[in-house]
Design a protein around this ligand. Structure first.
Ligand code: 5GP
Length: 192
């Protein structure tokens, strides 16, 4: 879809806790031709997360207003919180020829595909469910109940991995970032 002008829409999904943001940060470092789509969410910030960088942390009322005004490309409810992608920054980046990378869950991924069939969908799989649980517990930011819900959701998401264009396994950050890059270049070659 780049057709020498527009950037690619790269949707990156995978169970919460499998290292998506670290792998994306590794892939994106030193890449000025690629921007991260900062989502809006009603969930509370985790320690170290910055408003406007990791997410736009908004109230439910603000989120519902954005939704009503058609300002979101896609959205979902995840663990009782809203998450959604502001549309404007995406359109402005791809017009400038930049790739836009989305870290979003499966409902949102398929909404992006429906609206932009040329979007590239890449799924990140943990090496195993045990490794995933260990990472979620190690993060130490969620209650046992939230971890159980995230594990249940992970199982559902993994079943749909085969609907994505590419699957990457998150063994190490460096290897997964390299595999992500290879998937994106392969998608670009196909599009061109
Ligand atoms: P977390 O709360 O761990 O940051 O994110 C929870 C889940 O929401 C992750 O799977 C993440 O990819 C997804 N997510 C983050 N932003 C968005 C968004 O804008 N839209 C959708 N559909 N999912 C999102």
């Amino acid at each position: 879809m780049r057709n020498n002008k527009n950037g690619l829409l790269v949707v990156f999904s995978g169970p919460s806790g499998c290292g998506k943001s670290t792998i994306l940060a590794e892939y994106m470092k030193d890449r000025s031709d690629c921007v991260f789509s900062v989502s809006a969410t009603t969930r509370a910030p985790r320690p170290g997360e910055r408003d406007g960088v990791d997410y736009y942390f908004v109230t439910r009322r603000k989120f519902e207003t954005m939704l009503a005004k058609g300002q979101l490309l896609e959205h979902t409810v995840y663990n009782d919180n809203y998450y959604g992608t502001p549309l404007k920054p995406v359109l402005s980046a791809i017009k400038k020829g930049k790739d836009v990378v989305f870290d979003i869950e499966i409902d949102g991924a398929f909404q992006v595909r429906e609206r932009y069939p040329e979007a590239v969908l890449i799924f990140l799989k943990p090496p195993s469910m045990e490794v995933l649980r260990g990472r979620l517990e190690g993060r130490g930011t969620e209650t046992a109940e939230v971890i159980d819900r995230r594990m249940a959701r992970a199982a559902v998401e993994m079943e749909r991995a085969n609907e994505y264009d590419y699957v990457v396994v998150s063994d190490t950050v460096e290897q997964a970032a390299a595999d992500l890059g290879a998937a994106i270049e392969s998608a670009r070659a196909k599009a061109e």
